[in-house]
Design a binder for this molecule. Structure first.
Ligand SMILES: NC(=O)c1ccc[n+]([C@@H]2O[C@H](COP(=O)([O-])OP(=O)(O)OC[C@H]3O[C@@H](n4cnc5c(N)ncnc54)[C@H](O)[C@@H]3O)[C@@H](O)[C@H]2O)c1
Length: 377
């Protein structure tokens, strides 16, 4: 059972370019307060509660009950769980669902689910009547610490992921860590990879806490999760507030959040998505540590430190399986098509140490050579 007496942790995320800020509330059992939170400062109207086929049966009734208790009229819209639902077709269907449900300009979309629901429902809110209010209620750890904060919303095209999207900042983000009780362990691990990334980029203390408390995290220790999640969100939020629209010059803004993603994304593609995104990012984080040492940016020992952290968090570390032979060649080809590629070099986020990121540019061939040559045996 949740502890309704526990106070939520509240973070303000500033969007300076739009003179706007939104609150992220993090706590155990917060979903039961969704209606009351939404009713603050607005007349109860219509809400489209968008979720997926896994999450709606588990957590939809709590969200709906709380919204209705606060006087909102709720229409549920459910998509099939999984990335294949993040399409323009599904987006248009949902927009038409909002029309059918009678939503107007002053009504609200509530996204209840993982990053797929958050991105898809977020884009629906961005385009319906040229944009209506969006409240993110992320239910996967990855969505809680990453996807729900920062305002990026999108669907995929056959040509690539997230190619049709927008910035649409939420009115509020409500993170109920108690919903993680029903999240499968491997999905929890994917969120932990992003939390580890936030620690590696901005806070050695956060990284150490994750490693030390890994077993309690997997046990879904309720007294622990809100603070850890809030810390990770605060680290990401500080970064996106410095660069809300991803316009900052290299090394200063959101581009840092690509740590571990250049090689990670290439491996994810070559695995034909057999590796989950977070598992591929875990390998990408090991690659970053190795490359940073091989390039002389970091002191020796960083790779061993990263591997120990990944193992503690039950994440994969078998990077070398992806560097040689057919697979290695495919990873290199994929790097050459990295969307951040300019001319023949790739923007790469390296680490001088934990909490000390550096942006460098490297040709894909050199990335692979450094990774192959710098292996810790
Ligand atoms: N907008 C951004 O800034 C941003 C950042 C990172 C990732 N993303 C996007 O997020 C998506 C990945 O997010 P994800 O990993 O959450 O995927 P997801 O939404 O597919 O969720 C993963 C799985 O967990 C299930 N699930 C979610 N919460 C649950 C719960 N509490 N209990 C039981 N099951 C639950 C879902 O139904 C799904 O099967 C990708 O599409 C990615 O592009 C967006």
């Amino acid at each position: 059972m949740s502890d309704p007496s526990s106070k939520p942790l509240v973070l303000d995320v500033r969007v300076p370019a739009q003179d706007f800020s939104y609150q992220v509330r993090v706590g155990d059992g917060l979903l039961a307060r969704l209606g009351a939170e939404l009713a603050r400062g607005r007349e109860p109207g219509r809400v489209a509660l968008i979720s997926d086929s896994n999450v709606m049966p588990l957590h939809g009734p709590t969200a709906r009950g709380s919204l209705e208790a606060a006087g909102f009229s709720v229409s549920e819209l459910v998509i099939e769980a999984g990335e294949p639902s993040k399409t323009p077709e599904r987006m248009v269907e949902l927009v038409r669902g909002l029309v059918d449900a009678g939503l107007g300009r002053h009504d609200v979309v509530v996204a209840l689910g993982g990053g797929v629901v958050g991105d898809l429902a977020g884009l629906v809110a961005a385009v319906f009547m040229r944009g209506i209010d969006l409240v993110q209620c992320p239910t996967s750890l990855l969505a809680q610490v990453d996807a729900s904060v920062g305002g990026k919303v999108a669907v995929d095209l056959p040509e690539g992921k997230n190619l049709l999207g927008a910035f649409h900042f939420p009115r509020a983000v409500l993170i109920d860590t108690s919903v993680l009780q029903t999240l499968p362990d491997d999905e929890l691990g994917c969120g932990l990879a992003e939390m580890l990334k936030h620690g590696a980029l901005f806070s050695g203390e956060h990284l150490e806490q994750l490693v030390e408390q890994a077993d309690e995290i997997y046990a879904r220790e309720r007294s622990l999760l809100p603070r850890l999640v809030a810390t990770s969100v605060a680290l990401k939020a500080a970064c996106v507030s410095r660069d809300p629209l991803e316009m900052a010059e290299a090394g200063k803004g959101r581009v840092l959040l690509n740590l571990g993603h250049t090689v990670g994304h290439a491996i994810e593609l070559v695995s034909a998505y057999e590796l989950r995104h977070g598992e591929a990012v875990a390998l990408g984080l090991r690659a970053t540590a190795r490359l940073s040492v091989a390039k002389g940016i970091a002191e020796p020992g960083l790779e061993e430190q990263m591997v120990a952290a990944l193992q503690a968090l039950r994440l994969p570390t078998a990077l070398d399986e992806w560097l040689d032979g057919e697979r290695g060649a495919a990873v290199e080809r994929s790097l050459r098509h990295d969307k951040k590629r300019a001319d023949t070099t790739v923007t790469y986020i390296a680490l001088a140490g934990i909490g000390d990121p550096r942006t460098i540019r490297l040709p894909p061939g050199e990335i692979m050579a450094l990774l192959r040559g710098g292996a810790v045996r």
